[in-house]
Design a protein around this ligand. Structure first.
Ligand code: GLY
Length: 392
């Protein structure tokens, strides 16, 4: 699709410069579309906080088999995606094919993990049940009380901060214009989206506008109520620890568990950082790091791996996942002409980055969503028309 020809008009305007907006812009620019990203801080957003676990198999949930197919498709793209992005930018993304161990600390956890294992096998996924002793053989720093676990060699990790930084560079090198401004409101001409007005009053016009601002997508001004995506913020608090450089790594792979009903995971980076996440809180737009949140993460992580308390506390943080009603993303054209969505990735934003970029570039250039992405059209949430009384 070509530009509208108006001076200063982009083919594609992406609202939101987090990893989802940036990958969309990068892929669109690679396909020859004149692309602009609007964001006060490109490379920021939820990825600044995310641990970067690529957990298609260990985060499998009942009823989410369609989402599983999408997650697996994106996980398969990761090796090629990271190679291409590194070649384009010179940035190492910290993509580590380390695998994941999901462990149980008590009989209830064990029963829950056994069920998850059966479900994973039913879905044709590779996952191996291990005794507590075998878990500790793999990860000697695990607590002696670990009762068993699942070894999933296909769930890896990437460093989301490096990923975001590389995507900013890739966008710049591909000719994407980065407008470091806040999008104030969408502009409309009749029944069509035509771009945005930024906080400094600049009007940016575009042939196609992509709303990729994470949980903020649900409250951007100017979007008609029946088009506004049903995304909500789901807060996650994270703690970052660091290993002294002269010590062997505490863990070799991602380790996770459900402790007293809370999910906790530990993601060890090659540079000695250990990311412990994450709380899951429905508290609106609040991003306060709370004493309780940090306490719970450290307490649960300590139960799994007692040695964590000897590490240096480097950072705490909180971010907002863009939750959707069915926990799956909204990708592609909305019900408003000229407006597309790339949001609602919830717990899978980092994992779904490669696939989102490809799918959005495809729809922006052809008007069609790739087959595997069609179930994730935003139109699945379009308002059902009210039933009218039959006339007498
Ligand atoms: N996928 C991990 C999280 O959202 O906490």
């Amino acid at each position: 699709m070509s530009s509208t020809g108006t001076s200063g008009t982009s083919d594609v305007l992406v609202i939101g410069g987090g990893i989802i907006g940036l990958v969309t812009a990068w892929r669109a620019a690679q396909r020859g579309l004149a692309t602009t990203v609007v964001d006060p801080e490109p490379g920021g957003g939820a990825a600044r906080v995310a641990a970067g676990m690529l957990a298609a198999v260990t985060e499998l949930h009942y009823g989410e088999q369609t989402l599983l197919a999408l997650n697996l498709a994106s996980a398969r793209r990761y090796p090629e995606f990271t190679t291409e992005l590194t070649d384009a930018t010179g940035e190492d993304l910290g993509y580590r094919r380390c695998g994941t161990l999901a462990v149980a600390l008590d009989a209830d956890d064990r029963a829950h993990l056994r069920e998850l294992h059966a479900f994973q096998e039913q879905c044709g996924l590779r996952s191996e049940w291990l005794s507590g002793r075998d878990c500790r053989r793999l990860e000697p720093m695990l607590a002696p009380g670990v009762r068993g676990g699942l070894r999933v060699d296909g769930d890896h990790q990437v460093d989301p901060r490096r990923l975001a930084r590389a995507l900013v560079t890739a966008c710049e090198r591909a000719g994407v214009v980065l407008r470091r401004q806040r999008a104030e409101r969408i502009t409309l001409a009749g029944d069509r989206a035509t771009g945005v007005v930024t906080a400094d009053g600049t009007r940016l016009a575009a042939g196609q506008t992509v709303l990729a601002a994470g949980s903020l997508c649900g409250r951007l001004a100017g979007i008609p109520d029946d088009v506004l995506p049903p995304v909500r913020p789901v807060k996650g608090q994270v703690v970052r620890l660091t290993m002294p450089g002269d010590r062997p790594p505490l863990l070799h792979r991602n380790v996770r568990a459900v402790v007293r009903g809370n999910h906790v995971y530990l993601v060890p980076r090659e540079n000695g950082e250990l990311v412990i996440g994450a709380t899951s809180e429905e508290t609106g737009w609040d991003t306060t790091v709370t004493a309780g949140g940090v306490y719970e993460l450290l307490r649960d992580a300590h139960e799994l791996v007692p040695g964590v308390t000897e590490l240096a506390l480097a950072e705490t943080g909180a971010g907002l996942r863009p939750g959707s009603p069915d926990n799956a993303p909204m990708l592609g054209p909305s019900t408003l002409d000229g407006l597309l969505l790339a949001t609602g990735h919830y717990r899978n934003g980092v994992l779904l980055t490669p696939l989102t970029g490809d799918a959005m570039a495809h729809v922006l250039t052809t008007g069609d969503l790739p087959q595997e992405v069609r179930p994730f059209t935003p139109r699945r949430f379009a308002a059902v028309p009210a039933l009218t009384e039959p006339s007498a």
